[in-house]
Design a protein around this ligand. Structure first.
Ligand SMILES: [Zn+2]
Length: 169
């Protein structure tokens, strides 16, 4: 979605016509209800692309390499669930909350971070499981058996925007 009704609230030096940029953005973004936002796992701010950006060299990792990493992470997931007697489960997206809590159990420092964040961000039960699901997937992308603090921190960062919108509304 655009950041605000005029679409330019995030641009340096741009002043929204309907008052402060933060207000314009909050009013516009509040059109998406909290329960709907809660169901979207990855919220990322995407700055406008400038002509200067297009002149930069392309990123080192191309789409093909990324597709390979994703396929490996998905294979890992299917293999994990097959190994615990759930061959019909192919990905973290569809596994039950109970199994997820088991296979995505973070290390001690990850657990501490998750507890703090659940409190500070007032995560719903659904939100909590969604963070675990995303963190488990990030660990799979890294090829790791254990979900670490770094994976939880990244997963939580994708929800921070929803948290901001809720506060501003
Ligand atoms: Zn605006």
């Amino acid at each position: 979605m655009n950041p605000c009704r005029c679409g330019r609230a995030d641009e340096p030096g741009f002043a929204c016509r309907r008052g402060p940029n933060t207000r314009c953005a909050a009013d516009y973004q509040a059109r998406i209800s909290g329960p709907l936002i809660d169901r979207i796992d990855l919220h990322i701010e995407v700055p406008a692309v400038t002509a200067a950006d297009l002149i930069l060299p392309p990123p080192a990792e191309g789409s093909r390499e990324i597709a390979e990493r994703v396929a490996l992470a998905r294979d890992r997931q299917a293999a994990r669930y097959a190994a615990i007697g759930l061959p019909h489960i192919r990905s973290n997206a569809v596994v039950s909350g109970a199994v997820l809590e088991d296979v995505a159990r973070p290390d001690a420092s990850g657990m501490a971070l998750l507890r703090e964040a659940a409190d500070a961000m007032r995560l719903s039960a659904r939100g909590y499981h969604r963070v675990l699901r995303v963190a488990r997937t990030l660990a799979d992308l890294d090829g790791l058996d254990k979900v670490g603090r770094v994976h939880l921190a990244e997963a939580l960062s994708y929800r921070a925007l929803a948290d901001e919108i809720r506060r501003a509304a």
